[in-house]
Design a binder for this molecule. Structure first.
Ligand code: GCB
Length: 617
């Protein structure tokens, strides 16, 4: 399923704007039909939760309805006509006039609904989209709906970020030729100064041999051409896509008829680069790469998880300002606009699935003792695993051609220490490797999963640690925290010999709160906490990167651990720097993708703390 773009053979109409809106109990009987009788209107793209003042809407469990009229352009007769939803969180039913035209489950990835036989060129139709934010043990991420003592349904889930719902990304009406390019996969490489671009094209409704491809450079000058459904193009004097120095070629794929006229045409941006894990190193273009940056969220005031190009540009500006060369799409796939931007600006992405909360241990709090086994039919059983596999497939299908994406993160903080974890993850890892043999795999590891009890690291390429020594453990005691952290990292090195990075470390910080002592929540403590972590990281040559939790403060569900959301942001929710932002900038701006100390100055290998044991959950 290719992203809709305007090409010589494809057209699109953007359907973003203000739509009629109602929650199910106020929309009339189910199945709903007709015009929505509602005074409310909702912005698209945006999560609906924070748009209105009514608490019934904010924490609504069940379906909500969005509705608008759409006119099919009159020139589209004879074309396939599709609706494209860049995301409907977490499930959708799409109605054309009063008829159900398509359904989809999965909140952070796109889907198309083919409405060719339901609409006519030049005519108008009423588009209604039912969207549900509900989470269960058959969804990714998982959750649970309970009925409270007041008789109302309540959604619970096992991640801290707020479960925003709705049409958070763009909606499109688009056309494709009936005989069409259905998919394109690109794999790149290089030997010396010569690059290679391997292509595979899947077509629909035509003999595959009628494919023509042509590669042009960033200035539009032709570089190479080829024929057929698959093959390899040679790129003389290749300019590589590099972190911090993006360079994109364009591969134009064309489908030809008998007389060589173009039936369909689709361009793909191609960054020529390689990614490899060798020993304890993470190599991009054969060079050791050191990740600096953040775990992020798609999260802003009022629009919730709604995509916003202004925040996209500003967030990348702030990342560049702070010297970040990378981020993780914690804890779900981000809007495609984000990856396109990263491709164009040379920012490296760890692309994560929405599999967050596969861990009953978090319910046990700091003890990490689950009330029942995570990998069981009571929680993450066969249905969850099937949903996870489907989601992984959709993610890799969508993002496989992005040069910026260098690694797949299959889950955040699963109960990898529990029985059943190996059986749960083995088929998922096999699937990911089959779909994409080129990129390394990782998962972000929860504190309770230690080098002594984790059961799945051998399946993966990179050890990614989420660790909060000095925050959740040894709060306010950075000396003890430093000893724990050192022992933990050393333990992983001894067990695996794999590259190790920190995918989460952070301290909640209320901007404007200060202290001369090591006091949690102060701006000074966040700075000192990060400095302690960096001191430890710099001792280990096996350490390949640091991504602070979090880029910015973000909304969470109600809870006693959070005051107006998670405050581990280095920037506030409205993107003002805390003191830690300046400290990170001072550290990262000098590194430029190199490991601290790799220039022979301070850092790697210079550690003096030894022999400490990691915390054992
Ligand atoms: C974690 C989670 C992340 C939370 C964070 C925290 O381990 O992966 O989603 O926001 O901790 O701040 O507690």
């Amino acid at each position: 399923m290719l992203k809709p773009i305007s090409t010589p053979t494809r057209e699109l109409v953007n359907l973003d704007g203000v739509w009629r809106f109602a929650i199910d109990s106020r929309a009339g009987a189910e199945p709903w039909t007709g015009l929505l009788g509602t005074p409310l209107e909702a912005a698209v793209p945006a999560s609906y939760n924070d748009l209105f003042v009514d608490p019934e809407i904010r924490d609504h469990v069940g379906w909500v309805y969005y509705q608008r009229e759409v006119r099919v352009p009159r020139g589209w007769g004879g074309e396939r006509v599709l609706l494209r939803f860049d995301a409907a969180t977490h499930a959708a039913k799409v109605y054309v006039d009063d008829e159900l035209a398509g359904e989809h489950v999965g909140g952070y990835l796109p889907f198309d609904v083919d409405i060719t036989d339901r609409v006519a060129a030049g005519e108008r139709f009423r588009l209604t989209v039912a969207v549900s934010g509900d989470l269960s043990n058959e969804t990714i991420p998982p959750g649970k709906i309970e009925v409270g003592m007041n008789g109302k349904k309540k959604q619970t889930y096992f991640h801290d970020f707020y479960n925003y719902a709705g049409l958070a990304r763009s909606v499109w009406l688009h056309s494709e030729p009936k005989t069409r390019i259905a998919d394109v996969t690109v794999v790149t490489g290089f030997e010396g100064a010569t690059g290679s671009v391997d292509w595979t094209v899947v077509t629909d409704g035509v003999d595959e041999a009628r494919v023509r491809v042509s590669l042009s450079d960033a200035a539009g000058a032709p570089v190479a051409t080829g024929q057929g459904a698959s093959g390899s193009l040679t790129v003389p004097d290749v300019t590589l896509w590099q972190p911090g120095a993006a360079y994109l070629y364009e591969l134009t794929v064309e489908l030809l008829d008998e007389g060589d006229s173009v039936i369909d045409s689709y361009p793909v941006a191609v960054g020529v680069r390689t990614v490899e894990v060798r020993g304890h190193e993470f190599l991009i273009n054969g060079e050791p790469f050191y990740f600096t940056g953040f775990g992020k969220h798609e999260d802003t005031a009022v629009r919730g998880k709604g995509h916003d190009d202004a925040y996209l540009v500003h967030d990348f500006q702030l990342m560049e300002w702070s010297g970040a060369n990378s981020f993780r799409t914690s804890h779900y796939p981000y809007a495609e606009e984000v990856l396109d931007f990263a491709d164009r600006h040379g920012i490296v992405v760890v692309d994560e699935t929405a599999a967050v909360g596969l861990n009953m241990g978090v319910v046990g709090g700091m003890t990490g003792t689950p009330p029942f086994p995570t990998f069981s039919e009571q929680y993450a059983g066969a249905a969850t695993q099937a949903a996870h596999a489907e989601h992984l497939r959709a993610l890799i299908t969508r993002d496989k051609n992005h040069a910026s994406v260098v690694m797949w993160c299959i889950a955040n903080e699963p109960a990898s220490n529990e029985e059943g974890a190996l059986e749960y993850f083995t088929p998922l890892v096999e699937l990911a490797r089959e779909l994409d043999p080129t990129r390394p795999l990782t998962y972000a590891m929860v504190m309770f999963a230690t080098f002594k009890n984790d059961r799945i690291i051998e399946l993966f390429d990179v050890v990614s640690l989420n660790r909060y020594y000095g925050w959740y453990i040894a709060t306010g005691d950075l000396a003890t925290a430093e000893t724990y952290l050192h022992g933990d990292i050393q333990g992983w090195i001894d067990r695996t010999g794999k590259p190790i990075m920190m995918t989460e470390y952070g301290a909640d910080t209320q901007p404007g709160v200060h202290s001369v002592w090591d006091q949690a929540w102060t701006e000074e403590y966040q700075v000192d906490y990060l400095a302690m972590n960096h001191r430890v990281f710099d001792r280990f040559p096996q350490f390949i990167g640091e991504q602070v939790w979090n880029f910015a403060d973000f909304a969470t569900s109600n809870g006693i651990h959070r005051v107006e959301g998670n405050k581990k942001g280095v920037f506030t929710r409205d993107r003002k720097p805390k003191a830690a932002a300046w400290a990170l900038r001072a550290r990262w701006r000098g590194l430029e993708g190199r490991k601290p100390g790799s220039d022979g100055s301070t850092g790697a290998g210079s550690g003096e703390v030894t022999g400490a044991d990691g915390a054992d959950g």
